[in-house]
Design a protein around this ligand. Structure first.
Ligand SMILES: Cc1cc2nc3c(=O)[nH]c(=O)nc-3n(C[C@H](O)[C@H](O)[C@H](O)COP(=O)(O)O)c2cc1C
Length: 454
């Protein structure tokens, strides 16, 4: 059972017109809407209607192998979520941004702006960008070493955290009579001088209503879990079985405690791609109607990228060729291992594998009635595999509508999910209290930038 709460958390992982790789070709979607900001504002309102904790957008810094199928990462997530912020009032807004490129000062500003625009609803999914095509867009040859990516990420996050703390909570005075906007004695330099970043500070924006954005992470390798245990407040993960989910959950909670945090300070949200219909047969038929639209050529390129092995000429009806050991992989280790286990355990043909992966790139897909979906979530929550879920509708907006209107009411009737928002901030939705400011008066990391006010 999730530590300290009888409710679990629900995040809507949104992507184009759906997570299924053929969603844009299906009659239940309108492909052109991937370019329409109103489509995404509507998704934010649907998630809010369901009292969901948050919506989330992934991001990569290259067009990837999806050129002719690129219906996903078109909008930069913070920009898109700012548009959703003004169309919603409660739902949290989690954007992906990389620590492998760019700098912490610019990133801290962007997320603080989204946090102010949304009244404290911003979250940051911290990624370490594993693609060689992404590296090529930033003058880097090949994939930066896995361990180095996490070392950079740790320093990057430390600097961003210090910048978000550089204004004390009551630094802004806004007194037209004395003409004092902010008290310089309550705004601090951070004087960071590290191996990768040198940042004086302060940030040029005051703290937001929730103090700072919620920190989210999704790496599941050993380095990824270590990073999450130290920094993350919510972790997204792809786990295919209850047993795997329970093991990952135990691992992460133990790691958090090792860093002197409470187990409840970090929420674990495995992904699920639900195909929902009135009967299980209809739900399975619905899933097949998407799988039948998969383009093998595209899927083979996706699989080749995921595994770092060129399968484009490989027979679809043969099993995967032998794959290199995990320690030779510099890309996304956890997803590589997940697909490798899938292929080797089930001795699947490549065609069967791409059918399995088509729904959610390795995340669990589930076809059933609203009650069966609710049962699945309840089992994972009550048997120690989740504090909540990353809901990944295979097609949008219909798949999110179905979840919100048919599954959420069942969860609410069972006392498993909120019936009303009780907080105004994203940190509040996740049951994470206000975050303290390390600059306690007189205990500044850096110097104040001016004298105390008169
Ligand atoms: C739900 C979910 C969403 C993710 N979104 C992104 C993303 O937007 N961009 C990205 O580069 N990686 C994304 N990833 C991959 C992870 O962030 C991470 O980079 C990857 O797992 C590599 O970490 P690892 O080698 O520690 O497993 C996502 C993973 C999951 C489970």
């Amino acid at each position: 059972m999730s530590q300290g709460s009888q409710h679990f958390h629900l995040n809507a992982f949104l992507m184009g017109v759906g997570h299924h790789e053929a969603a844009w070709r299906h009659p239940r979607t309108e492909a052109h809407r991937v370019l329409d900001v109103k489509h995404f504002q509507e998704l934010g309102r649907i998630a809010e209607r369901g009292k969901l904790d948050s919506v989330f957008f992934a991001d990569t810094l290259a067009i990837g192998p999806r050129l002719e199928h690129n219906t996903q990462a078109i909008f930069e997530p913070v920009t898109l979520l700012s548009a959703i912020a003004v169309a919603t009032e409660h739902v949290g807004l989690i954007a992906t941004a990389s620590t492998s490129y760019g700098d912490p000062y610019s990133l801290a500003r962007k997320f603080t702006s989204l946090d102010h625009i949304s009244g404290g609803r911003a979250g940051w999914n911290i990624v370490t960008s594993a693609g060689a095509d992404e590296a090529a867009n930033f003058g880097v040859d090949g994939i930066p070493a896995h361990s180095g990516r996490y070392e950079r990420a740790a320093e990057f996050v430390d600097v961003a955290l210090a910048l978000w703390d550089s204004w004390e909570d009551d630094a802004v005075v806004l007194d037209p009579d004395t003409g004092l906007f902010a008290d310089p004695a309550k705004v601090h330099t951070i004087d960071h001088d590290g191996p990768r970043f040198q940042v004086k500070g302060p940030l040029n924006s005051p703290r937001s209503a929730q103090g700072r954005p919620l920190l989210v992470q999704a790496g599941s390798s050993e380095s990824g879990k270590e990073f999450a245990a130290r920094h993350a407040e919510a972790v997204f993960t792809a786990q295919r079985t209850l047993a795997q989910g329970q093991e990952f959950y135990r691992d992460l909670k133990a790691g958090v405690v090792k860093y002197g945090r409470n187990a409840g300070d970090l929420k674990v949200l495995p992904g699920i791609v639900p195909f929902i219909a009135d009967t299980q047969e209809e739900a399975e038929a619905l899933e097949r109607s998407f799988t039948d639209l998969i383009s093998p050529a595209y899927s083979l390129r996706q699989l080749s990228t995921m595994l770092g092995v060129d399968l484009t000429e490989h027979s679809l009806d043969a099993p995967l060729p032998p794959l290199p050991p995990l320690n030779e992989i510099q890309g996304n280790k956890s997803r590589y291992q997940l697909v490798k286990d899938l292929a080797e355990d089930g001795s699947l043909t490549v065609r069967q594998l791409i059918g399995l992966l088509g729904g959610g790139r390795g995340h669990r897909t589930f076809a059933g009635t609203p009650e069966q979906v609710a049962d699945e979530l309840q089992i994972w929550f009550e048997q120690g595999a989740a504090d909540g879920f990353n809901i990944m509708p295979p097609y949008l907006p219909g798949g999110l509508d179905d979840f919100v209107d048919q599954v959420v009411p069942i969860l609410q009737d069972r006392g498993l999910f909120r019936t009303e928002y009780t907080s105004t901030t994203l940190r509040g939705h996740y049951g994470l209290g206000e975050v303290g400011n390390r600059f306690a008066p007189g205990d500044a990391l850096g110097g104040a930038i001016g004298e105390a006010s008169a």
